[in-house]
Design a protein around this ligand. Sequence first.
Ligand SMILES: [Zn+2]
Length: 258
Amino acid sequence: MVGLYRTRAVVLRVKDFGEADRLVTLLTAESGKVQALAKGVRRPKSKLAGGISIFSLGDFQLWQGKSLDGIKQVEIIESYRLLRENIEKMAYASYVCELTDQLQGERDADSGVFSLVIHTLAALQDYEDLDLVLGIFLLRVLSIGGYLPEINVCVSCGSVVPIGSSLVLSASGGGILCADCIRGEKSASAEALSLLRFLVNADYRLAGRIKAGSVNYQVVSLLMNYVTYYLEKRLKSSDFLDIIREEKGGFKSVNGSK
Ligand SMILES: [Zn+2]
């Protein structure tokens, strides 16, 4: 008798496996990341086929296997179709899912990441300012992981960095630097520091209302560099996202982290 269980989950990754199967990485509501096999899903008549697309949110019925669980059934709640059809949105959503996949351990108890990811995918689908959504996501995910950068006090000398200062985010230092401690580092504008401080407490509803333009681009570039430093590797999806962002932003990313 095979043990069956149900869980709500979002599809983070799908990879071909064997002749007709796919290996699916799910982020579940109750028990973190789960690897599951979708048997026969690449056969034309598979009942599972429609439900196993990246970014989809669904109620999954799984069987427990010895080394790997398997997907028996899925009922889609929200497919986030637009995220797969719009190349810009897809670039952002792919980065969000790959980063989540890297940060989440298998079978970790939920720490709020599941809810964050589904709200982020919904916001990427609904809103136009994708950098703003990504900025909020990165700050949240860093906060959950305990890596939120210090954004009020200089991490080198401890002095308060006042409003109107330019922004240098030091990944190795774990936060911002004041004007005295910058020492030739390239800096982003004072508006970037204000936006960073604002985004820490912002939610996605704001992404539909404020227009941050190029400042936004600078802040997200700095946060992506910051995340890369902590992961100690570049994500595959970040190359694609960089191309999309540079085309849209029209200028190269600001490299202010060290
Ligand atoms: Zn300082």
